[in-house]
Design a binder for this molecule. Structure first.
Ligand SMILES: [Mg+2]
Length: 224
């Protein structure tokens, strides 16, 4: 019998562009605080936790605020973000994402989402893709965020596929490192400067098909 294989997707920046919603909600918080913030500074937040992101947004002003104040700001940013998430629909999937999920389903590949975000399940529900996924592991399931491999290892366990038979699809440097640390084959989405440590680098999910991913697992990984 053919061995099971699994594909584990990061969510933000891979299946949907929540990165833009995060940017809009950080921008709104920064404006409320009278702090300048732009897309260039936002780049530093990719794959970084909410608390750490806040410190980057506040910059040298971070020392002026105590832990409680910072927690309240992070919570406020999260409310801004959830307002935007609640307006999401399946039309907010990135190009190729829905076709790839459907193709993997048809091919009998087990599919999971593993995201450090504590909102991942909410996003998945709004995208209406629950029936195309076998497991969703997010920041509410573990405190450990990428580059720690825990999220990916939990996802592999949830879909009952050994890590060496799993492919991770990631857009963040910390996520690529987490996938490698989990002993999985990693496909990086985006520029080589960011995801170059992945076994294979793509610009977009439209370059991937279920058959090609299964082939990668069966034939062994392409060297980085
Ligand atoms: Mg991401």
């Amino acid at each position: 019998m053919k061995q099971a294989c699994g594909v584990i997707f990061d969510l933000d920046g891979v299946l949907t562009d929540t990165a833009e919603l995060h940017y809009q909600s950080w921008l709104r918080l920064a404006e409320e605080l009278g702090i300048s913030f732009d897309r260039q500074r936002n780049e530093a937040l990719r794959g970084i936790s909410r608390g750490e992101s806040l410190k980057i947004v506040l910059g040298e002003r971070a020392v002026k605020y105590g832990a409680d104040e910072q927690a309240a700001m992070a919570e406020k940013k999260n409310r801004h973000y959830q307002e935007l998430v609640d307006r999401m629909t399946q039309a907010d999937m990135l190009p190729g994402a829905l076709d790839l999920l459907r193709g993997l389903r048809t091919a009998g590949v087990r599919v999971a989402v593993a995201s450090s975000s504590r909102n991942a399940k909410r996003v998945v529900d709004h995208l209406n893709i629950r029936d195309l996924l076998d497991a969703v592991i997010d920041g509410t399931d573990t405190e450990r965020s990428k580059p720690d491999p825990t999220l990916f290892l939990m996802a592999a366990a949830a879909i009952d596929v050994p890590p060496r038979r799993c492919i991770v699809v990631e857009d963040a440097e910390s996520g690529v490192d987490a996938g490698l640390a989990a002993g999985m084959t990693v496909v990086g989405l985006g520029p080589r400067s960011r995801v170059g440590r992945a076994h294979r680098v793509c610009e977009s999910l439209t370059e991937l098909t279920a058959a090609r991913l299964v082939q990668m697992i069966d034939r062994g990984r392409t060297p980085p």
